[in-house]
Design a protein around this ligand. Structure first.
Ligand SMILES: [Mn+2]
Length: 243
């Protein structure tokens, strides 16, 4: 079987006027014998469809907040920086990966994109709108496990990890409020927030609110979460090759 190719959405740094990505998004895929590359930021749907004809999987990466108008809410003062160009390309990607049944994982902002593109909503700030003693927005230190999540019986992530409760890192100030109609909850934090969802009707379409790529090299559960995505990507290549 040829090596799978997976596209990762870049982050946008407005201050330095650059697209960028944390290295572990690529490293965790390469550790699974997958070739990663950064996708373009574009509003051209035909170009996105053309690219998706050549890739075996997509990672919707972390980043800034989704514009609240996209899920029908006024922007509150507690909402932070938004990146409209990413909203545009990633909402197109959600449509097109689903249409082509391409394995896709959403990480942090990625799960929020999946949920809002499909009709769900977000808390614009956890502390402001939900209130909890659990620290979710701990800053970009991904090798410290901050809180636990309970995995839902019968979901792919629960099957892959093999435990009911796992510790995860946490670097987010927003989180899912209303789950999109087509998505099912597969992990809930110890304070009751939705931290993972998936679509049972597609081969692999799952989001996680934490950063398994960030803790990949120090945490076995993180390797299993990336592993279940990698397995789905490889299965899609095998299917294309008729094996
Ligand atoms: Mn969290």
């Amino acid at each position: 079987m040829r090596k799978p190719i997976v596209g990762i959405t870049p982050q946008i740094d407005y201050e330095l006027d650059r697209y960028w990505s944390r290295p572990k998004y690529m490293k965790c895929l390469m550790d699974n014998d997958i070739i990663p590359f950064l996708l373009p930021i574009t509003d051209n749907r035909e170009d996105i469809k053309e690219i998706l004809g050549h890739v075996d999987g997509v990672v919707l990466s972390g980043g800034y907040d989704v514009a609240p108008e996209l899920y029908g809410e006024e922007t509150l003062p507690c909402c932070r920086i938004i990146s409209p160009e990413r909203d545009t390309v990633e909402f197109i990607l959600v449509d097109e990966v689903r249409a082509a049944n391409i394995p896709t994982i959403g990480i942090c902002r990625g799960i929020q994109v999946m949920n809002t593109a499909l009709g769900g909503t977000l808390y614009q700030d956890i502390n402001e709108q939900y209130g909890t003693d659990v620290v979710h927005g701990a800053g970009p230190i991904f090798d410290v496990l901050r809180h636990t999540v309970t995995l839902t019986e019968g979901t792919p992530i629960r099957e892959a990890v093999g435990s009911d409760v796992i510790p995860v890192n946490s670097c987010h100030h927003q989180v899912i409020k209303d789950v999109a109609p087509c998505l099912k909850v597969c992990a809930v934090s110890e304070d009751g927030l939705v931290e993972s969802v998936y679509d049972p009707d597609l081969d692999f379409f799952m989001g996680v609110q934490w950063h398994p790529e960030g803790s990949y090299f120090m945490d076995e559960n993180s390797r299993k979460v990336i592993g279940v995505f990698a397995d789905a990507v490889k299965a899609s290549v095998a299917k294309k090759e008729g094996k």
